[in-house]
Design a protein around this ligand. Structure first.
Ligand SMILES: Cc1cc2nc3c(=O)[nH]c(=O)nc-3n(C[C@H](O)[C@H](O)[C@H](O)COP(=O)(O)OP(=O)(O)OC[C@H]3O[C@@H](n4cnc5c(N)ncnc54)[C@H](O)[C@@H]3O)c2cc1C
Length: 476
């Protein structure tokens, strides 16, 4: 059977690419190595029967705010969003918990002396949230729809988190900002981490931090069902090792990361381009744990249960110290843990009266140790009695994560390190966007702009590039 297009990798980006191609009349085959679609947005009974765990992504401001996903009729294909009013809690030992509320005003008011500074920093972007999302998730070659707004954002991108967070006076505001920036997985002294923190905060104040009812897998399953309803074909359980093995097609889109593309045979790519792909650097790995619990997490501050996401790591200084360690090849003794407690808001994920928890911290890329004890000890500091509630756990170190989804190279969840060089500098410009020097071969994984996260926009932009350049379709 021949197709107009073949897409390799059925994660959020591959699914988005396949849908966009099929929508424009190109018969498309979507291939994945795993036995089911979804990539790192999949849900499994990873511990005990009846406990549903998001093995990869858990909280989806980018998925909900994605200009592409939100244009699709996914609710007709089983997707239902759960919207916690309080996106995030950040508990502090011996001090008030910081909360990131959906309402900017409510957040600012609880931050007291830092309230005005919080409003001044984020209100302009919240007021133009649609443009903000379109810009931050855009293709690198498009013209900003609001240069003024982006000029206001540039200083946030070009300052380190330590510097930006220290402009606040309270431990609460500093920790809130640092925890968001720490999603970048780079030391908080690095430039750009502030931009990641700011983008997540603006998302919280605009679309919130929702998640799919029943599990992240329901988002990617809805995408797959929609793709099939358009006439697209999915083939799972097929690991691609050589481009020569793929069915012939006018366009081939690789929704696998740069290093993985470089490892394939028969790509037809020049040696110099392959060298550039091989030089792509991956960031720290994730060490992930899923827990089945006998009850909700017993937070010392019971108000922490208002939030679906909890940043467990203490003050700005503690978070910064933890995020530095993986870059020196070490595990932090008190790691910054990103934690989600879905079942407080979504009872479909665990048996009656029982709960789940999801958490990970950053470790050196490819690290082979067991971070479970330090992760659990860190949570216990803020929730005494947590460990007594554990019925079962499933730990996912970098190597296990990579076996589960080949794109998680060394456990990196972002498809590459978020360094200046790879985001704005020479490494980015030597691999501009989605086209490769070989006609008909495109790149569209999280290694391509706009980078990691479940938003599908790299797949969408990659597909539009193929539609223009291979199929000659004029797009608006
Ligand atoms: C532990 C963890 C927590 C995360 N938390 C969040 C979060 O809360 N919110 C958020 O937005 N994002 C989160 N992410 C990041 C997010 O999941 C990824 O950035 C996103 O899934 C990337 O999408 P993708 O389509 O590029 O790749 P992936 O989702 O990784 O999909 C790649 C697919 O390609 C397939 N594949 C790989 N190699 C081959 C091959 N050779 N042949 C055929 N198929 C192949 C894989 O099987 C996989 O299905 C998290 C990720 C992890 C692992």
């Amino acid at each position: 059977m021949s197709y107009d297009a073949v897409v390799v990798g059925a994660g959020p980006n591959g699914l988005a690419a396949a849908i966009e191609l099929q929508t424009h009349g190109c018969s498309t085959l979507l291939i994945d190595a795993a036995n089911e679609v979804g990539g790192s947005a999949r849900t499994e009974e990873a511990t005990l029967p009846g406990f549903l765990h998001d093995v990869g992504s858990a909280i989806h401001p980018l998925g909900f705010g994605s200009p592409f996903f939100s244009s699709l009729p996914l609710d007709s294909f089983g997707l239902e969003w759960v919207h916690p009013d309080t996106p995030l809690a950040h508990p502090l030992i011996g001090s008030r918990t910081a909360f990131l509320e959906k309402s900017l005003e409510q957040t600012a008011s609880a931050l007291g002396e830092d309230g005005n500074a919080w409003t001044r920093r984020f209100a302009p972007f919240v007021a133009s949230s649609k443009t903000f999302f379109e810009h931050t998730l855009r293709s690198p070659l498009s013209i900003p729809s609001s240069p003024i707004l982006m000029a206001r954002f540039a200083p946030l991108a070009l300052k380190s988190t330590n510097r930006l967070a220290n402009s606040f006076k309270s431990d609460q505001a500093r920790a809130l900002f640092a925890g968001n920036a720490a999603h970048a997985g780079t030391p908080l002294s690095h430039l750009l981490t502030g931009a990641v923190g700011a983008a997540l905060i603006v998302a919280a104040h605009t679309v919130g931090w929702p998640f799919p009812k029943g599990g992240a897998g329901n988002l990617t399953l809805a995408l797959a069902r929609y793709f099939e309803s358009l006439g697209g074909t999915i083939q799972t359980g097929s690991r691609v090792t050589s481009l020569a093995d793929l069915p012939s097609a006018r366009a081939t889109l690789m929704a696998i990361t740069h290093g993985q593309v470089a490892a394939l045979t028969d790509t037809g790519l020049s040696e110099s381009f392959l060298r550039r792909l091989k030089r792509w650097r991956y960031g720290p790995g994730a060490f992930k744990v899923d827990w089945a619990l006998d009850g909700p997490i017993p937070w010392e501050d019971p108000e922490v249960a208002r939030a679906a996401t909890v940043h467990v790591g203490g003050t700005l200084e503690e978070v910064a110290a933890s995020e530095l360690q993986p870059w020196s090849g070490r595990l932090s003794e008190r790691p910054f843990v990103l934690l989600a407690q879905h079942t407080l808001f979504d009872r479909s994920r665990a048996p009656e009266g029982k709960h789940t928890a999801w958490g990970y911290c950053h470790v050196p890329n490819g690290w082979e140790g067991d971070a479970t004890p330090v992760i659990e000890a860190q949570i216990e500091r803020f929730a005494p009695g947590f460990q007594e509630r554990i019925l079962s756990r499933s730990s996912w170190g970098p190597k296990r994560l990579e076996r589960w989804d080949g794109n998680l190279v060394g456990g990196d969840v972002n498809g590459g390190a978020l360094t200046i060089s790879q985001t704005l500098g020479p490494a980015r410009w030597s691999l501009p966007g989605y086209r490769t020097p070989k006609a008909g071969l495109y790149l569209c994984s999280a290694s391509t702009p706009p980078g990691g996260g479940v938003h599908g926009m790299a797949g969408f932009h990659g597909a539009r590039c193929a539609l223009r350049h291979t199929f000659g379709i004029r797009l608006s």
